[in-house]
Design a protein around this ligand. Structure first.
Ligand code: A4P
Ligand code: MG
Length: 184
């Protein structure tokens, strides 16, 4: 190894060196909350995503306010999308995300699409299509949710889904449903 490379390694944080040496897949994580100070919950979740092992946050969307999809007798949501490069396998990433949800105090209830303190969904995992009892990727709802498509377009405007659809086409077609990009 050339001397200058050795020197530059000395100045980089260890986590960065480790992740640089592994095959990294680009993933997109949908973040949502509508309980217990949702803006704070989303920011804390983004902090926690920075600490996921063998992974590196590479882009973060603005924070958006959104009207609830599903039952309307619940507070408005805060949503964002994070681009995370990872060498974790999909199920290991799901475990890491569920650990963050649990630490935030997430209680899983039976009511579908009900209020939640934190929801972390794997929207895309590279160009992989995954269907098993724990994971459906691309996320089953992502193409019809303005609170996913618009922040995703913000962080990855040139993205294509595994089936070839472009994020720009999907985002251009979706009704905005009062989605509000909040100032930084
Ligand atoms: N699972 C399967 N695929 C995935 C994936 N791609 N990412 C499994 C993450 N998890 C995935 O998830 C239930 C199980 O889904 C997991 O154990 C995992 O194995 P969960 O987080 O416990 O339950 P959930 O999130 O309530 O399920 P669901 O039906 O996926 O909820 P959604 O579809 O995420 O909807 N309105 C607004 N404005 N903004 C929102 O963010 N979110 C919801 C929740 C409702 N309304 C909303 C929003
Ligand atoms: Mg979820």
């Amino acid at each position: 190894m050339a001397l200058e490379n050795v020197k530059s390694h000395k100045t980089k944080p260890l986590k960065l060196i480790a992740t640089m040496q592994m095959k990294m897949i680009t993933t997109y994580i949908g973040v949502g909350s509508n309980l217990s100070d949702p803006i704070k919950q989303v920011k804390l979740a983004i902090d926690a995503l920075h600490k996921v092992k063998n992974s590196q946050v590479s882009a973060i969307s603005s924070i958006y306010g959104s009207k609830p999809m599903g039952p309307q007798d619940q507070p408005d949501y805060i949503n964002a999308v994070v681009e995370l490069k990872t060498s974790l396998k999909p199920l290991m990433l799901l475990d890491a995300l569920q650990a963050i949800e649990n630490k935030a105090g997430r209680v899983r209830k039976e009511n579908r699409w009900g209020a939640r303190i934190l929801d972390l969904d794997i929207l895309l995992f590279g160009d992989q299509i995954i269907e098993n009892k724990c994971l459906t990727i691309p996320h089953y709802g992502m193409k019809v949710r303005e609170f996913v498509l618009l922040p995703l377009q913000e962080v990855a405007p040139h993205l294509h889904l595994p089936n070839g659809e472009s994020i720009n086409d999907l985002a251009d077609k979706i009704a905005h449903n009062n989605l509000l990009k909040l100032p930084n």
